[in-house]
Design a binder for this molecule. Structure first.
Ligand code: 3PG
Length: 216
């Protein structure tokens, strides 16, 4: 795992997770998020436009960190690499996914919510995992409990699923959480309808919420 990608995720604290229906929206979305203080996002490969959006953002928005999410098989890992994704995320973990990312030099964050899944990921060298779906899997208290036995291995979590301004600081208060992700900042409809003012406002509110939590 590239330390610099993890450092950038950890420094942003929040990773917008987005679903893009029209690839032409990607660049403006990236610029809107960057202007609001979030120069990064995970584009889920749930739409046919996702790879073209990643390609455009990676080439047209310098300094912006764009990841590919919903990586479900080695083929989608390869497609993400070809499109120029800077990192990859999966809701789960398999050795072949991990190998495809490693062979292609793609920093990769697999999903793991149980002790056994976390251990499997560590066997492939991972120390950073996505905890999805976070709220439904026990939320911040589940992560706190899981963190204790895995502290010696240095496991750190990126929860997503059900995270909103009201609960994000409960996650970020845990030292084992390096960032949180979610779709609330830029929803599929907001992106598709070009509601970039709303997206910018949600991103700024999220950044301010994290700052307030840090100062509390
Ligand atoms: C993901 O892929 O990480 C989730 O869909 C995010 O969940 P959310 O929509 O509840 O933020």
């Amino acid at each position: 795992m590239s330390d610099s990608v993890i450092e950038r995720l950890a420094s942003a604290r929040i990773v917008p997770v987005v679903e893009i229906l029209d690839a032409n929206r990607g660049v403006e979305l990236a610029r809107t998020l960057a202007d609001a203080g979030l120069p990064l996002m995970e584009v889920t490969l749930r739409t046919p436009a996702a790879l073209n959006a990643i390609r455009a953002i990676a080439s047209e928005v310098p300094g912006f960190l764009v990841g590919a999410g919903t990586l479900l098989d080695p083929g989608s890992v390869a497609a993400a690499i070809t499109a120029g994704a800077h990192f990859g995320v999966s809701p789960g973990f398999t050795p072949s996914l991990s190998r495809a990312a490693g062979d292609g030099g793609l920093p990769f964050i697999p999903g793991a919510v149980t002790a056994s899944e976390i251990l499997s990921a560590t066997e492939s060298g991972h120390r950073h995992v996505k905890f999805f779906p976070a709220e439904q899997s026990g939320g911040a208290s589940a992560i706190a409990s899981l963190s204790a036995p895995f502290a010696a291995l240095g496991i750190r979590f990126m929860p997503t699923g059900g995270i909103r301004p009201a609960n994000l600081n409960a996650y970020l208060a845990l030292s084992s959480v390096f960032a949180v992700g979610g779709t609330w900042i830029a929803t599929r409809d907001q992106i598709d309808q070009g509601r970039f003012d709303d997206i910018g406002a949600a991103a700024r509110l999220a950044v301010a919420t994290v700052a307030a939590g840090r100062d509390a």
